[in-house]
Design a protein around this ligand. Structure first.
Ligand code: BG6
Length: 525
């Protein structure tokens, strides 16, 4: 039943940075919801970029499907426009001419009893014509209510399993809205597909800098010995976005910042920063370590939720010099909505490495700028031998007058790593000031980082699940977030105090007070 495909000799290609990369087996990528936003903005441009660098297998075909009647030519024209608008590598007629040969459309209306027969017939025709050998990947780019039914239909039609051939399912969040629904969804998907056939995309895992976090930790000898409670005071993870909800009111009113960013992207970052070193880079070994870490995350008791979390919602304000309306005035949002567009929280990890070393997390829409960062704040020096202006009875600067060292991993937009350390200001007095040692991707490497979807789609074709969320990772992240949601339900936000931060600010005052209570501060970004 499993996705064990006999691997013939695999072809390789030399890509931009001179690296030899494996080319996947010929296959068809079926996209359900192929004319939707995700397909046009992300999937097609990513596949086109892969075509441009020669990473796609011979005969590779995209079969777009949807409820609407259409044909190959119309689909190609729509996708050409999408690639024109969103391609990372620009538009090249010759690449397109070749790429579009592998673009097809078939109307597949899941409400019709013949839907899967139509699909099967078309797949078989493509196999004949393009030599794709019955290898299929099914991407469910449809609303989440379609995940279970479509997967079930594929299963019943016998399309989910075919010994010796590739059959994989690709899904993307929201994967449930709490622990129970996430479990129910996983069970439903498993009725047709085995776990090793399911690829759950979290696009943060496809980001170069997120992958580099693992290389940084485990390919350098100097950081790992100090990567623990003895040397680290606390960790901060910030996902700040200057954009609002971008017309996605129906989704966001249901979701909010916790489900939209924390449950998936931030919990993945927590796992990668906090996990033990895997013994190898095989997908199950890496994911086992991540799950172990997530299991050690202490649940926040619903009665304790107000001490550990802060919710915010943006009011009108100014972002990048432009007026923007408040969340409640966004089209489609309930004018009395209490939905959070900002969340800050403290997360504790109950294991030897991290005991008493909290992770402070925050995510928000309509912040002053777009920036995702991880800041590792080291402990202060235990004693300072330097004399200074604020003298203690012994005549030396107290240790807390010297800033702690901070390692900042800039995930976006300016990808890189900064180590902030203390240095002596030139001159006769011993004046200490913080200086930065910087590594910037842009100047260290000449190659542009690929888009997350390029890496993830290719890995899925190759059957490498390392950068995909396994069912237990998703469920552990939900375990933590569901307890918070339960607590929030029992302690709804103050109607009078909502909204509580101006667009273009760093969130509600309470978020600052919350971390200051612990004698700490959010890093300036
Ligand atoms: C998505 C969220 O998962 O991530 C969006 O649904 C958010 O609300 C986006 O804007 C942020 O992604 P990135 O790559 O811009 O950080």
């Amino acid at each position: 039943m499993t996705d064990t495909v006999q691997k013939p000799e695999q072809a390789t290609v030399t890509i931009g940075d001179g690296v030899q990369a494996t080319v996947p087996e010929p296959c068809i990528l079926v996209i359900f919801g192929a004319t939707g936003d995700l397909a046009q903005r992300k999937l097609l441009p990513a596949l086109y970029a892969l075509a441009g660098e020669g990473s796609l297998p011979t005969g590779f075909t995209i079969l777009g499907t949807g409820r609407n009647e259409s044909d190959d030519q119309t689909f190609r024209a729509t996708m050409k426009k999408a690639v024109h608008s969103y391609s990372r590598i620009g538009f090249h007629e010759a690449t397109w001419a070749d790429f579009e040969q592998g673009l097809c459309y078939e109307q597949v209306d899941p409400d019709l009893p013949t839907a899967m027969d139509t699909l099967r017939e078309r797949l078989e025709q493509i196999d004949q014509k393009r030599g794709t050998k019955g290898n299929y990947l099914f991407y469910l780019a449809v609303p989440p209510s379609g995940f279970g039914p479509l997967s079930e239909m594929l299963g019943k039609a016998g399309l989910a399993q075919a010994p010796g051939k590739i059959r994989r399912l690709i899904v993307e969040k929201p994967l449930g809205h709490n622990l129970a629904s996430a479990r129910a969804l996983n069970e439903r998907l498993h009725e047709a597909f085995d776990e090793d056939q399911i690829f759950r995309i979290d696009h943060y895992l496809g980001k170069e800098t997120v992958q580099n976090l693992m290389v940084f930790r485990f390919a350098n000898g100097i950081f790992e010995p100090i990567w623990n409670r003895q040397y680290i005071d606390h960790v901060q993870i910030t996902v700040a976005e200057s954009i609002g909800i971008e017309g996605r009111s129906a989704y966001y009113e249901e979701s909010g910042a916790l489900r939209d960013i924390v449950q998936n992207h931030i919990m993945q970052l927590v796992a990668i920063i906090g996990m033990e070193a895997p013994s190898n880079f095989a997908s199950e070994t890496v994911r086992d370590e991540k799950v172990k870490l997530l299991r050690a995350v202490r649940p926040i008791h619903p009665d304790d939720v107000l001490n550990h979390t802060v919710r915010g919602q943006y009011a009108e304000g100014t972002v990048n010099g432009e007026y923007v309306p408040g969340y409640r005035s966004e089209s489609g949002v309930n004018p009395l909505s209490l939905r959070e567009t900002f969340v800050a929280m403290k997360l504790d990890i109950d294991n030897w490495r991290w005991a008493d070393t909290p992770f402070y997390l925050r995510a928000g829409k309509r912040m002053p700028k777009r920036a995702t960062e991880v800041a590792i704040q080291f402990r202060r020096v235990p004693h300072s031998p330097f004399s200074g202006h604020s003298l203690t009875p012994s005549g030396v600067l107290p240790p807390n007058a010297i800033d702690p060292d901070v390692l900042t991993i800039h995930i976006q937009p300016d990808e890189g790593i900064t180590l902030s350390i203390n240095a002596k200001v030139p001159g006769r007095s011993t004046t200490i000031r913080t200086v930065n040692m910087d590594f910037a991707y842009g100047s260290a490497f000449s190659t542009q980082s690929p888009d997350a979807y390029e890496r993830l789609l290719l890995d899925c074709m190759l059957g490498d699940a390392t950068l995909f969320a396994r069912e237990d990772e998703v469920e552990e992240a939900w375990r933590f977030c569901t307890a918070i949601l339960d607590g929030w339900r029992a302690h709804p936000p103050d109607k009078v105090m909502t909204p509580n931060y101006a667009a273009g600010s760093w969130g509600p005052d309470e978020a600052f007070q919350f971390i200051e209570r612990d004698g700490r501060q959010w890093h300036r970004m």
